[in-house]
Ligand binder design. Structure first.
Ligand SMILES: *Cc1c(COP(=O)(O)O)cnc(C)c1O
Length: 364
């Protein structure tokens, strides 16, 4: 059997007709940027997350960097970021001119270790970016207490966590502001790039709304040196359709994960810890093993594709050579990059596919 890492086909088969009529609707309207569809999606996504304001933008990286700019974070400032995350979290900080300060994750949850944040705070620290990695909410309440104590902004990187719930609240509603990505492979994905900023802070909302559109609220009146980072009408309509299905699609992933958790049984494999787990949306199902490369090769030989999230920790990436880090500086992020393996997971996996993956893993 051949099993890819991700298949969008089952999801897209389900909404094919709705998507095609949305395309026609926008095509015939001939209005493509910042129109009613974008406004409607922003309203609907804000409501879904129970947040007051949603400002869409071009992608998840921009969502985060525009939030930071909205809070006037830049040169001379420091922002705390987990050492194990997708590089976009760090790049968003670097783009503003602020310094990225890494804090190690908890190896069991993959998320930033709350107990290690305080030691990283200095007089220059302005914000903490909590990433809900792999769809699992970070411990936002505890991070918030620290942020309040030190006067820092709590920014969520919710790019992998559309619909995840922490203490009864949706991600996107756990801090001062949140950045989402609608990259096609995310749980809520456009048919291209897209992103959004969520916040209950009206001052920030007004400012980021201008920044994403050349720093302008009124056409040709520019208050900030803004950027061009907008969601388009087409993507907004596609996202409105997909948003209606998100909970159903997330629940289907949860069912697959339940099989993985119950049936994968191999002493060499560490399954995700379910301790204190809240409602993850399982963007990624991450297992760990000391023999990761061997396992990946074995699965490949058996037709099963996997990915590593992430093969090179950010502090060891060439792009961040300027920070002067070396191997051993963030041992937990390094251990994760050497032991993590993400199994295939998508909406609409067949029982056959799931069983084949489980049996192949158990026979390793
Ligand atoms: C995908 C992702 C981003 C960036 O989103 P883009 O839309 O690709 O720019 C940021 N942070 C995390 C954790 C992500 O997974």
């Amino acid at each position: 059997m051949k099993i890819p890492f991700l298949k969008l086909e089952p999801m897209h088969a389900e909404i094919r007709n709705e998507i095609l009529s949305a395309f026609e609707k926008i095509y015939d309207k001939n209005l493509f940027i910042l129109g009613d569809s974008v406004a409607a999606f922003e309203r609907e996504f804000a409501k879904y997350c129970n947040v007051a304001y949603c400002i869409s933008c071009g992608n998840g990286l921009d969502a985060l960097s525009i939030i930071l700019r909205g809070y006037d974070i830049g040169e001379g400032d420091e922002v705390i970021v987990p050492s194990n995350t997708y590089i976009a979290t760090a790049l968003a900080v670097s783009y503003t001119g602020a310094k990225v300060v890494f804090v190690e994750p908890d190896i069991k949850t993959f998320n930033i270790d709350v107990n290690k944040i305080q030691a990283a705070i200095t007089s220059r620290t302005k914000a903490v970016i909590a990433v809900h990695l792999y769809g699992r909410p970070a411990e936002a309440d505890k991070i918030k207490i620290l942020c309040e104590k030190y006067g820092l902004k709590l920014i969520e990187d919710a790019a992998q966590a559309h619909g995840a719930i922490y203490n009864g609240k949706k991600t996107g509603n756990l801090g001062d502001a949140a950045g989402f990505s609608f990259y096609p492979g995310k749980n809520l994905g456009a048919l291209g790039d897209g992103g959004a900023i969520l916040t209950n802070d009206i001052i920030l909302a007004k400012k980021v709304e201008a920044i994403r559109n050349y720093g302008s609220k009124i056409k040709y009146h520019n208050e900030y040196k803004g950027v061009n980072s907008r969601l388009d009408e087409m993507q907004a309509e596609f996202l409105r359709i997909k948003l209606k299905y998100l909970d159903k699609w997330n629940a289907d992933r949860q069912r697959t994960v339940n099989f993985y958790l119950e049936k994968i049984n191999n002493d060499k494999i560490i399954l995700p810890s379910m301790d204190s787990v809240q409602e993850s949306i399982w963007h990624v199902f991450a297992i760990r093993t000391e023999f990761r490369n061997e396992l990946q090769n074995y699965l490949n030989a058996n037709g099963i594709s996997t990915l590593i999230h992430y093969p090179i920790p950010i502090h060891l990436q060439k792009a961040y050579i300027d920070l002067g880090y070396k191997l051993g500086d963030f041992p937990i992020a390094e251990t994760l990059s050497n032991t993590e393996l993400s199994l295939p997971l998508w909406f609409g996996m067949s029982k056959n596919e799931i069983n084949y993956i489980i049996n192949t893993l158990n026979n390793w």
